[in-house]
Design a protein around this ligand. Structure first.
Ligand code: AGP
Length: 624
């Protein structure tokens, strides 16, 4: 996830662009830049590998006067590590077409190959840069030589070249584009990534979300997928990608800027819980079909042959990422691939037993967790191959791993991990599917069904989130409880652990997650009358045993909240129910964790805890 801005008007273009980027930094902050054009068609481009404050200082050293249009970008890297060269804006060979982009161009490698073959020179490793060169090609195909073209033709030609370029792009994009020959128009387009236009007086704005320009105007127009905005000082016109003009209504935003950064949510954690469908969708996008591993070769350098060569898989991670690792273990074993999962800080002895045939999968949102990095080094020391699953391009983990599979969740601001966890699960399901298909553990029809189940998940997540109000009500009823117990079995046992961790992290109360089968072996003794016990009990092989555990807990006075689907609800006798949409048992963790995240959030909210920044915790634990 990145933040893009655009501006056209007579005020201080660079100040407005930079101010907008500062308000979009929660979307990405590893590098940033702006490009502006003045009335004499001179273009100024400034980029830094770092935060917007550093860009602000750089621009202040060489102030640009008279610029009337420009674009800006604050980056969360997906392709190409954070660096000045990879920072946006990106330009074409002429340096006159300038692009900022939020999203992922899935076919950028194909486009880049063709463009290189026709003589284009690239300056970055990003997918975005190809967009500038494709526009350049389209301008050429319209036989445009800037100097030769009549001034009144510049805008229509720029628009047509941009429109034709969009047709070449596959994937997700929100774009803001300028052409130095055409300083009176900024073009924007949206496909799967958010984009909004702000309507001012004698000036207009473009941004990833309204927080970038709310201080200047509250009148906005939200673009839909497949729409273009041609933004000029005195007005904005909207078109489809096919060039058909469309009438769009403006709305007036009631938020202030701070609320806008959180998308109107009270906390980043709640906003990020609601971004989980997008996190899963973006992590799966362009990587799922056909299952079998080859699609991963281009991105990760992991061939189907290599996938077949591993004798076992060993997961290592910490905290929430470890819970994802535990689900990975169940998934891989489900496909007949020996797997284990260890807390990274307890890996030393196991590391000594690893062989070359082991694939070590290190999971880390930040890619900077000291325990996980230490465990990776122990694995490398014995010759194991290391694959990283991380959300942070250019992080230490990516430099030490042999292969990297990125989750595409955008920055996670809340200390309590939610959307990054769902992204990690999506990556693990993706990996397990490719491994299973490559090793013949899935027939082609089973592989198709596996992929179809995964592709349904974002919609099922949205359906699950629709129950937020009911979940909040249940949670508020337990806000004064001092102990919580979470139980489940099989692929949802790690979800019980994750639910307990969420409550501990943000409400500061004692909670334990347990494999339900263990209750009889001791923990059932702690149950007291009124104790909240959350039981994850979807339909599947564990249901009957779960129903028995729930009965036993209730018989000892527990207040049982059962996370069920419409079928398992008929079997389970709980005190309260949270009913999720039905999916195959193997995929249920992608849904069952969501009510537990919301439950923890609303307990913490009722206790007035500092939800985004819980006491004693850091977003990334960079010490052992
Ligand atoms: C989870 O909510 C916590 N923030 C914490 O357990 C976290 O998952 C753990 O520190 C690992 O972080 P990483 O994914 O960045 O390695």
């Amino acid at each position: 996830m990145c933040g893009i801005t655009g501006y056209i008007g007579d005020n201080k273009t660079t100040d407005i662009l930079i101010d907008g980027l500062k308000r979009l930094e929660y979307r990405g902050y590893d590098s940033c830049g702006i490009a502006v054009v003045d009335a004499k068609n001179a273009l100024y481009l400034k980029r830094v590998s770092g935060r917007v404050d550093a860009l602000d200082k750089l621009v202040a050293q060489e102030p640009v006067k008279g610029a009337q249009s420009g674009v800006g970008h604050t980056r969360w890297a997906t392709h190409g590590a954070p660096s000045e060269d990879n920072a946006h804006p990106h330009t074409d060979c002429s340096g006159r077409v300038v692009v900022v982009h939020n999203g992922i161009i899935e076919n950028y490698l194909d486009l880049k190959e063709k463009l290189l073959a026709s003589g284009h020179k690239f300056k970055s490793e990003t997918d975005t840069e190809v967009i500038a060169h494709v526009i350049e090609e389209k301008l050429k195909s319209l036989h445009v030589q800037e100097k030769a073209i009549r001034s009144d033709m510049l805008e229509p030609v720029f628009f047509e070249a941009f429109r034709r370029a969009l047709a070449e792009l596959k994937g997700s994009f929100a774009l803001s584009v300028i052409w130095a020959a055409c300083p009176n128009m900024v073009l924007a387009a949206r496909m799967y990534s958010p984009l909004v236009v702000g309507l001012g007086k004698g000036e207009n704005f473009i941004a990833s979300d309204v927080s970038a320009f709310l201080k200047y105007t509250k009148r906005v127009v939200f673009l839909n997928d497949g729409e273009i905005a041609a933004v000029k000082k005195d007005g904005v016109d909207f078109y489809t990608f096919q060039g058909k003009k469309v009438a769009k209504e403006s709305v007036t935003i009631q938020w202030d800027s701070t609320m806008a950064e959180k998308g109107g949510y009270k906390h980043f954690m709640l906003k990020e819980i609601h971004e989980q469908a997008e996190s899963v969708e973006n992590t799966l996008r362009g990587r799922l079909l056909p299952l079998g591993g080859n699609i991963l070769k281009a991105e990760m350098g992991l061939s189907a042959e290599a996938i077949k060569s591993f004798s076992s898989v060993q997961f290592i991670a910490c905290g929430t990422a470890y819970h994802a690792a535990l689900i990975g273990r169940v998934l891989f074993e489900n496909f007949g691939i020996p797997a284990s999962a260890d807390v990274a800080s307890e890996f030393t002895d196991r590391a000594k037993l690893l062989g070359k045939g082991t694939l070590v999968v290190a999971i880390s949102q930040s890619g900077e967790t000291a325990d996980t990095l230490f465990a990776v080094r122990e694995a490398k020391a014995v010759g194991a191959t290391v694959l990283a699953i991380t959300n942070t391009v250019g992080s230490t983990l990516t430099r030490e791993a042999d292969h990297v599979l990125y989750t595409h969740c955008g920055p996670e601001i809340g200390v309590a991990s939610t959307k990054a966890f769902l992204g990690q699960l999506a990556a693990i399901y993706l990996l397990a599917g490719h491994f299973a298909a490559a090793r013949g553990a899935l027939t082609s029809s089973e592989a198709r069904s596996y992929a179809e189940n995964l592709l349904k998940v974002p919609r099922l997540i949205e359906e699950t989130l629709a129950q937020e109000k009911e979940i909040a009500k249940i949670a508020q009823g337990f806000a004064s409880s001092e102990h919580f117990l979470f139980i489940s079995r099989h692929v949802n046992y790690p979800i019980a652990l994750e639910g307990a961790l969420k409550i501990k992290e943000i409400s500061y109360v004692h909670a334990e997650g347990y494999p339900a089968g263990e209750m009889k072996h001791g923990p059932i003794a702690i149950i007291y009358k009124g104790m909240p016990l959350l039981a994850v009990a979807p339909s599947g092989r564990a249901l009957d045993l779960m129903a028995g555990n729930i009965e036993e807990a209730k018989a000892r006075g527990a207040e049982v909240v059962a996370i069920v689907d419409e079928d398992s609800r008929k079997t389970v006798k709980a005190s309260r129910y949270i009913t999720l949409p039905k999916t195959e048992e193997l995929f249920t963790p992608l849904l069952t964790v969501i009510p537990l995240q919301l439950f923890a959030y609303y307990v913490a909210l009722a206790k007035k805890c500092d939800i985004d920044k819980p006491r004693n915790l850091a977003k990334s634990v960079t010490v052992r």
